[in-house]
Design a protein around this ligand. Structure first.
Ligand SMILES: Nc1ncnc2c1ncn2[C@@H]1O[C@H](COP(=O)(O)OP(=O)(O)OP(=O)(O)O)[C@@H](O)[C@H]1O
Length: 304
């Protein structure tokens, strides 16, 4: 289990992580979702103690990761898959990692199999494609048989087969009772893997909910009116729930479109839109992050 409490990290004028609080529980895949620059990688680095927090705490299985007596057995991380010595073979790379972390050498062949790299184990990592590097990164993360796994955008840039493999692996690891935290910029990606979602933007927590809950929360009727507050008051008296939608619209649940029409008639409010909307995770994510998008003009970052 990972417990993050009030976590804050600043780089100069940028607050990359801003008072984040959430818990990553075992037995399920938790997606850390946010637009580019949201602070996903920074959060992962803080969990691993690769950066120091300016405020707040993060513990892995009850203590800071830096205090873990056998770190590789505690957490496996896939951050930058290219961080491998190009002249070392896949096997030598893993053997070296195993030796320096007190992991038995026999485990190297096991993880090479799991990662589908057994046939290329003696090839130099420098000749590997991105997909193979990612597999090698996963093999390294699994080396210590850790209970907690962190994967930073593991599917990004992979072909369909590689992506499917990683998704299935994450689901298997969670089904074994492990804690799995995976980041992505894409809701469509999370929808395929995550059981639980933590959405962040500009370093702040925007949502922390089960995937099902997340989808349900978004079904509703988009209503635009000249006097939305008046209409909302009326709808509440007939059992409707209203919350703010994009650009001044109301998202109404709990009543039928006809009842909204009647409420408008009763109150003399003019409707300009009445659109039933099915639950869409993508829409929910867009609505949540609309006001917090950060654009890095000229920084060379793509929007994914
Ligand atoms: N070492 C650093 N020095 C300065 N600024 C940094 C550093 N690391 C991150 N930042 C800034 O902190 C913010 C969060 O960055 P982070 O890489 O965590 O975002 P992210 O959600 O992982 O984005 P992406 O999806 O683009 O990878 C960004 O504004 C980024 O420019």
């Amino acid at each position: 289990m990972i417990v993050i409490d009030g976590l804050t990290k600043r780089y100069g004028d940028t607050t990359a992580v801003d008072g984040l609080t959430f818990t990553v529980r075992p037995g399920r895949v938790t997606g850390l979702l946010g637009p580019t620059g949201a602070g996903k990688s920074a959060t992962m680095r803080l969990i691993l103690g690769l950066d120091r927090a300016d405020a707040g705490t993060v513990t892995v299985n009850g203590r800071p990761y830096a205090d873990a007596p056998r770190p590789m057995r505690e957490v496996g991380a896939l951050l930058d898959a290219r961080a491998v010595h190009p002249r070392r073979t896949a096997r030598d790379h893993l053997r070296w990692l195993a030796r320096s972390n007190g992991v038995p050498a026999a485990r190297v062949d096991e993880v090479l199999w799991t990662a589908g790299l057994a046939s290329v184990a003696r090839r130099r990592a420098g000749t590997f494609s991105l997909g193979m590097c990612r597999r090698l990164g996963v093999a390294a993360a699994l080396l210590g048989d850790p209970g907690v796994l962190l994967l930073d955008e593991p599917v990004n840039g992979l072909d369909a087969e590689g992506a499917k493999w990683i998704r299935e692996l994450m689901r298997d690891l969670a089904a074994q009772g492990r804690t799995v935290l995976v980041s992505s910029r894409l809701m469509s990606e999370m929808a395929q893997t995550a059981d639980h979602l933590v959405v962040i933007a500009r370093g702040r927590l925007i949502a922390d909910a089960g995937m099902d809950e997340f989808a349900e929360g978004e079904a509703g009727i988009v209503v635009r009116a000249d006097l939305p507050a008046l209409l909302a008051d009326r709808l509440r008296t007939v059992g409707g729930t209203c919350r703010p939608g994009p650009d001044g619209a109301l998202i109404v649940t709990g009543v039928e479109p006809r009842e909204i029409g009647e409420a408008a008639l009763t109150t003399g409010v003019v409707l300009s839109e009445l659109t039933p909307r099915r639950a869409s995770l993508e829409q929910a994510y867009l609505d949540l992050t609309r006001d917090t998008l950060e654009f890095h003009a000229g920084s060379g970052k793509d929007a994914g």
